[in-house]
Ligand binder design. Structure first.
Ligand SMILES: [Fe+2]
Ligand SMILES: [Fe+2]
Length: 180
C-alpha cells in the first residue's frame, strides 16, 4: 500500500509561544527602560516625549500580557533580570545626557524592528491575529526610533559604540527570553 506524503509547511515549525514569551519580555524591558529614563530626565524638556512613548510601551505590554494569559504561554523566568537591566540601561544612558537616552531608544528600536520583521515573515498565513499585533506595534516602534533620531540620538557621545553595544545586548536578551 502506498501513501502520499503529507505536504509539509515550508520552513521550520513556528513556536508562537516562544514568540509571545519574548515579545512580552521585550515590551516589559521597554517599559523599564523608559521608567529608568524618566527617573533621571523627568523634569527635562523631553520628558513629555518620553512619557508618550512609555504609555505606548505599556499598551504593548498589556496586550502581550493578555495574550500570555489567553494562550497559556509560560512567561519568561528572566523578568527580575529585565526589571533591573531595563531600568539600569534607561537610567545610565539618561545620566549621560538626553541625547544618549535617545541614542538608547534608537538602538533598542532598531533591534526590535529587525526582531518583529522576522516574526511577521515567519507568521505569514499561520497566525493572523499575532501577526497583526506585531505589525501594529512594529509601526509604533519605528515611530519611537524616528522620534529618538529627531531628538539628536546620533549626536550622543560615542554613538556608534553605544548603538552597537545596545543592539548586541538586545539580541542576547531576545535569544534568552525566547527560551528561558
Ligand atoms: Fe513596544
Ligand atoms: Fe518602543
Amino acid at each position: 500500500m502506498t501513501r502520499k506524503p503529507r505536504p509539509r509547511p515550508p520552513g521550520p515549525a513556528i513556536d508562537t509561544h516562544a514568540m509571545i514569551r519574548v515579545d512580552h519580555a521585550g515590551e516589559y524591558g521597554a517599559v523599564r527602560i523608559y521608567e529608568g529614563q524618566l527617573a533621571v530626565l523627568g523634569g527635562r524638556a523631553s520628558a513629555d516625549t518620553i512619557r508618550h512613548m512609555a504609555a505606548q510601551e505599556r499598551h504593548h505590554l498589556e496586550t502581550f500580557d493578555r495574550m500570555v494569559n489567553a494562550r497559556r504561554v509560560r512567561p519568561t523566568a528572566l523578568e527580575p533580570v529585565w526589571r533591573v537591566a531595563g531600568f539600569a540601561l534607561g537610567a545610565a544612558t539618561a545620566l549621560m545626557g538626553e541625547k544618549a537616552a535617545f541614542a538608547c531608544t534608537a538602538a533598542v528600536e532598531e533591534a526590535i524592528d529587525d526582531h518583529y520583521a522576522g516574526q511577521i515573515a515567519a507568521l505569514e498565513g499561520s497566525d493572523p491575529a499575532l501577526a497583526e499585533t506585531v505589525a501594529q506595534f512594529r509601526a509604533e516602534e519605528a515611530q519611537h526610533r524616528q522620534t529618538a533620531l529627531d531628538h539628536g540620538a546620533e549626536q550622543a557621545p560615542a554613538y556608534p559604540l553605544l548603538r552597537a553595544a545596545i543592539k548586541a545586548g538586545c539580541r542576547v536578551a531576545i535569544r534568552l527570553s525566547e527560551k528561558i
